[in-house]
Design a protein around this ligand. Structure first.
Ligand code: NAP
Ligand code: ZN
Length: 365
């Protein structure tokens, strides 16, 4: 068996990860552009920890705190403009996947001043300023991936920027997630699980990713009771962040697959948060496998006995109503059918009708 494993991010994991290790930032320069969302990083201590670190290092910084959920190329261009004017040396992304992905794209735009929001998605192999990631959700694993998922309003879709931007450093401190609202905790936890599962049910899965997935899903499975009752103490929050960071390292190798490709339309057109948009499709996605061997492995890793128990769990965690017409389902299926990058990761032959039926059986009973 031959395979490649590449995940170059230096990860500092645990309570006070920044306070205990901030000196590593020295080598990235003396002017940092901080990219974050409007509110949460000011409330959960992550922004304060970074500002303390930069003060201790006598470094200068500028804060861009306008990143919305599912960041648009327009916002990214605005952040890059600020970073260029400030002449920053590196970029620190603090928050959930949205600000960290935005920080990666901004780092590309600053490094390549002539690149615009249109050409950044059509030009290959662009370099980026160094990026430091401080995740405050336990879902995307973007701190250990090369991806940056952006919203392209011109093409009415979300897409991967297509550049390779692994953060140089990730400071993963589960304390930042302690006061996260239950909905966000659930949505992001489902995202982390979906990365682990799609990395396992994937043509690119290998010995290392399988090993990571097994451990990641076991950690996630140990939180099921807490996730179902909204009683999440530090230990569970820590396990979920580990599962998320591991999930990132997995999809950095394998890529994601059908639910991620199919979920983008549900986020763009129906406003479903990313994790839910994938998770809602999972029942039909898992049932669609002709060979259930690896699906059964996953059920075992989770500590469950059969697919019915997994379905029941997903039904309890994901409780949403979305109005979708058959016309819309056809449109979304067309989009997925043209997403060859995601389709090729799916390990079985799948037809247009089967894809259509995953949407249809999920939403139209
Ligand atoms: P998010 O969009 O970054 O944030 C969702 C909400 O959670 C925001 O309102 C945010 O508030 C809030 N929030 C963040 N941290 C919090 C905390 N500690 N306590 C309380 N609230 C908090 O959510 P996400 O699910 O982490 O990221 C989703 C994005 O990542 C999507 O665009 C998705 O496509 C992308 N993604 C990327 C990868 C990758 O590898 N690059 C993988 C999967 C998904 P503020 O706005 O105030 O910060
Ligand atoms: Zn995801």
């Amino acid at each position: 068996m031959g395979f490649k494993y590449y995940m170059p991010t230096e990860v500092f994991f645990g309570k006070n990860a920044i306070e205990n290790n901030y000196e590593v930032l020295k080598e990235y320069g003396s002017k940092a552009l901080i990219v974050t969302g409007a509110r949460s990083s000011k409330m959960n201590g992550s922004l304060k920890d970074i500002l303390n670190a930069l003060d201790n290092l006598d470094a200068n910084y500028m804060i861009f705190d306008k990143v919305e959920e599912n960041p648009s190329l327009e916002t990214i261009e605005e952040g890059a403009k600020l970073g260029k004017e400030f002449n920053c040396d590196y970029v620190i992304g603090i928050g959930g996947g949205s600000p960290i992905d935005a920080s990666k794209a901004i780092a590309v735009m600053i490094k390549n001043p002539d690149i615009t929001k249109d050409t950044i998605i059509t030009t290959n192999k662009l370099k980026a300023l160094d990026v430091i990631a401080v995740p405050t959700t336990s879902g995307t694993g973007t701190e250990t991936t090369q991806y940056s998922i952006v919203t392209d309003h011109n093409n009415k879709t979300k897409l991967n920027l297509g550049q390779c931007i692994f953060p140089k450093i990730a400071f993963c401190d589960p304390s930042y997630t302690m006061r996260m609202e239950y909905d966000t905790t659930l949505n992001t936890a489902v995202d982390a699980l979906s990365h682990l599962i799609e990395g396992y049910l994937n043509v690119n899965a290998n010995l290392v990713t399988d090993t990571l997935v097994e451990k990641g899903i076991r950690l996630w499975g140990e939180c099921i009771t807490q996730l179902s009752t909204d009683k999440l103490g530090y230990e569970a929050r820590e396990k979920l962040m580990m599962a998320s960071t591991i999930g990132g390292a997995v999809i950095a190798q394998t890529g994601t697959s059908l639910p991620h490709g199919m979920g983008y339309a549900l986020t763009y057109f129906k406003g479903l948060p990313h994790g839910l948009a994938n998770g809602v499709l999972y029942r039909e996605y898992l049932r669609s496998f002709k060979d259930q061997t690896r699906v059964n492995d996953i059920i075992g890793f989770m500590g469950l006995n059969n697919i019915d128990e997994l379905e029941e769990l997903l039904n309890n965690l994901i409780n949403i109503t979305v109005m979708i017409s058959e016309e819309e389902i056809k449109e979304y299926t067309d989009g997925m059918w043209n997403n060859k990058g995601k389709l090729k990761n799916h390990p079985e032959e799948i037809t247009y009708e089967e894809l259509y039926n995953i949407y249809k059986s999920t939403f139209i009973l």
